[in-house]
Design a protein around this ligand. Structure first.
Ligand SMILES: Cc1ncc(COP(=O)(O)O)c(C=O)c1O
Length: 302
């Protein structure tokens, strides 16, 4: 059963020359390792929905995403294990990607909404025809961006604190992680209640909703935004790809270009700009997403 089947995420030291030079210590919370399919922050965002579906006897879960969506991939995998039907509403015109092939294989019903149809997802009444077509299903917002998703992510604090002793750490100074909708960040801010700051590296252009989502969930305090999108969601320039490759070679930490590499590169730039004093200890959350990496060289339509 999925609720008990996931491993606890390891907390591993990250050894990189630019961190050593600055005297900054970073431990990586490896959410990418908790499960081969329901990977990363997705498990924490989806778990409350799975529990609600089970408790309410819902027929299944319906949600939205792009053709390489980590969110739909995790939802399809979790649904298949839990015996819940899943439906995915996809952005764009019908096509095959490694991700959509997986979604099919995991039993998710797919509908392609086109681009205009997908843009309508925030309009009132968007869900009504889908819930009429699939009665008894729960509609999970895009990217799991919602209060239950935030509550699920707030567990990351206790999971991390339980592992600090393994590193010989009594504590740490701040969090650093990639943000898309900001729901994972909001979960940490909610759990921290102002104790430690949470730094969100925005993998989408600022002003596209993450800031509003986080403010609505947790207010204005306890976190800092860093622009990390490098031109927009799905964009990866040569410098980012070179950084990702060098980091993987030097540390063995697998990354993908859309979220985790951007977040770590933002931390790199922040460190080199002298914003962190020697002795600073950070936890970097690896939010997963490695399945989406398969598509990166094939398309920019992520
Ligand atoms: C790998 C990965 N990291 C980070 C994020 C961003 O998470 P959030 O939307 O909670 O900010 C996502 C998207 O959900 C993701 O797929």
């Amino acid at each position: 059963m999925i609720a008990t089947g996931l491993a606890q995420p390891p907390l591993q030291p990250l050894r990189l020359p630019w961190l050593a030079a600055a005297g900054v210590e970073v431990a990586v919370l490896r959410l990418d390792l908790i499960d081969p399919l329901v990977s990363g922050n997705k498990w924490f965002k989806l778990r409350p929905w799975l529990e609600q579906a089970r408790q309410s006897g819902a027929a299944g879960l319906i949600s939205l995403g792009g053709p390489w969506s980590n969110h739909l991939h995790a939802l399809a995998a979790a649904g298949a294990r839990e015996g819940l039907h899943t439906v995915g509403l996809l952005r764009g015109e019908p096509r095959h990607t490694a991700t959509t092939d997986d979604l099919h294989a995991m039993g998710m019903r797919l509908h392609w909404l086109g681009y205009g149809g997908y843009r309508a997802r925030h309009q009132p009444g968007f869900w009504a025809p889908w819930l009429a077509r699939y009665p008894g299903m729960l509609a999970v917002p895009e990217g799991g961006a919602c209060e239950p998703g935030m509550q699920g992510c707030s567990q990351l604090l206790s999971l991390t604190e339980a592992r600090l002793a393994e590193l010989g750490w009594e504590g740490f100074d701040a969090w650093w992680l990639a943000a898309g909708t900001g729901t994972t960040l909001a979960g940490l801010v909610h759990a921290e209640r102002g104790r430690r700051p949470v730094h969100g590296a925005l993998a989408v252009r600022s002003g596209q909703g993450a800031e509003r989502n986080v403010e609505a969930l947790v207010g204005q305090f306890g976190y800092h935004w860093h622009e990390a999108s490098r031109g927009g969601f799905g964009k990866a320039d040569a410098a980012l790809l070179a950084f990702m490759q060098a980091t993987e070679a030097q540390s063995g930490l697998p990354l993908e270009p859309l979220y985790t590499a951007k977040a770590l590169m933002a931390l790199h730039d922040h460190t080199l700009a002298g914003h962190l004093s020697p002795g600073t200890r950070l936890v970097f959350v690896h939010t997963g997403g490695l399945q989406g990496r398969r598509g990166f060289l094939q398309t920019q339509d992520l």
